[in-house]
Ligand binder design. Sequence first.
Ligand code: SF4
Ligand code: FES
Length: 252
Amino acid sequence: MSDHKTMTLTLIVWRQKNANDPGKFETYAAKNITEHHSFLEMLDCVNEDLILAGKEPIVFDHDCREGICGMCSQVINGAPHGGQERTTVCQLHMRKFKDGDTIYIEPWRARAFPIIKDLIVDRSALDKIQQAGGYTSCHTGGIADGNAILIPKPIADEAMDAAECIQCGACVAGCPNGAAMLFTGAKVSQLALLPQGKVEAKQRVRSMTQAMADCGFGNCTNHYECQASCPKGINVKFIARMNREFLKAQFG
Ligand code: SF4
Ligand code: FES
């Protein structure tokens, strides 16, 4: 049961009307917040106050609010998704903060993710990478056929680990180079590990890495910030796997 203790916090939030607006930080008070509020519910409360005062609410992305869709893209106090291990913004709770705290909230910042408004960025560049080859077009049969293909458990587990990527883009936001190597590595590996994905593996890795370069993402220089920022624990070993797949496609 709630003990009804409430907090008042100071929010310093990035406000930007559109991609061409220079944008600036603005300060707001988040009042009557309990430790049971989620971070997004706290923003909902602030927005209700703004609307009641006749001001424009803070625009932010969200959908599932349970860590599945990858929409909630905010840098909180300098860390994508707030820096709590394996936690998306929507899974972050106000119990992580204390009364009187000041919280900085910014959108993903990367050349490939132009700001649409306030905290919303255009992440369609990730869709372009996915569309370039993140699928299988060969006939794989029905569910029963799929289940009949024997796949060693360690391989199936590794493919499942890669498939946990929710396409949020935190890895890009966390990387000083704005690279999408962790995202692309996860998507390439997820399919390359499985028999159904091997048929088009060479073409896939070539197309997806080309799309990655075309979309303006930077290159990996082994900072590992992507792995540290990822709310799903995607491991940098998938970048190494993608690099091996690429070399096999070029010279294998
Ligand atoms: S690899 Fe992690 S941080 Fe990057 S898009 Fe996927 S889930 Fe998000
Ligand atoms: S709103 Fe869906 S992952 Fe956060």
